[in-house]
Design a protein around this ligand. Sequence first.
Ligand SMILES: O=C[C@H](O)[C@H](O)COP(=O)(O)O
Ligand SMILES: C=C(OP(=O)(O)O)C(=O)O
Length: 362
Amino acid sequence: MVDPVAVNGSVDDVNVVSQELLPTPEEVHRHLPLTESARDTVIVGRKCVEEILDRKDPRIFMVIGPCSIHDVEAARDYARRLKALADEVKDTIFIVMRVYFEKPRTTVGWKGFINDPHMDDSFRIDEGLHNARALLLEFAEMGLPTATEALDPITPQYISDLITWTAIGARTTESQTHREMASGLSTPVGFKNGTDGNLTTAINALHSVANPHSFLGINYQGQCSIVRTRGNRYGHLVLRGGGGKPNYDSVSVALCEKALADAGLPPNIVVDCSHANSNKDPALQTLVLDNLVNQITEGNRSLVGMMVESNINWGNQKLTDDVSDLQYGVSITDACIDWETTEQAVRDMAERLQGALPERTE
Ligand SMILES: O=C[C@H](O)[C@H](O)COP(=O)(O)O
Ligand SMILES: C=C(OP(=O)(O)O)C(=O)O
């Protein structure tokens, strides 16, 4: 028999080492307020994506950029290049930069710029939140809309006013917490299919996110609150492959259209050219993209968006103890295509879509 007096153990915080207060969302916003030009970028960006999902805008939206942000200077360099490319192809493609600060891990690993901005296990989440917001603000002021994965349910209070498109990742699409959070987000939200390739979890998520929810969250002052949401009518599916198989091909897309129709959902499909759709081989991403453009030019109208993992330089690198060893502009998470390949692929896509998309409707 265990004698509770002899053991004299604590029943609370048994596995918690420490807790530290963070600046509240309000404090971070006060240091880095939304400017008028940034607000314009976000409002126009969200409206463009919503109109694409509503079929008023015939363009294709493309979420493109690094798998994760770890170096602010390289992210700025990439953003400047992408902005110029976005302006060039804007008649057919609406470009949104992937600015992913939170990484879901299969087991363990670096969890992104917000969690560990110095990449040295110092976990300065306070600095991560501040610097993530500062970077998003810069990009919005440049007129470049941004996309991110919403992973921690508290993070959106710090940064979501600067975001145009949000992803719920393959590992969290089935999570009630993430569906609730997404039901209150102000952006269109793409739900990835499960890592096993399962569509049902994402389709269930689309039903859930469209509904109002009440759940635990924090307000701008950082107080625990009951958050009551309206439901998000711009939830949609992102096909990322899974279970060792891709799902970007025309048969998979047709099966997905049927599953959406059977569930009474609009036929809005975004395809992630990376992850299980490219077997994490960056060289395959442009082949996937090419196949998707073929499907569109041959008349497909359910493919509304695409995702590509791209960086300044090709591939990825291991995060080691000495961050000064890192190569510039190379991913420290999944492998990406380089800038030259990106530019070529986006220009080719824009050219092929010219004249292949329906007229704009109002
Ligand atoms: O997009 C990035 C990764 O695929 C995701 O974070 C999972 O990474 P991991 O399997 O290396 O942990
Ligand atoms: C983690 C990601 O993707 P998925 O959720 O599809 O694995 C990602 O896009 O960074």
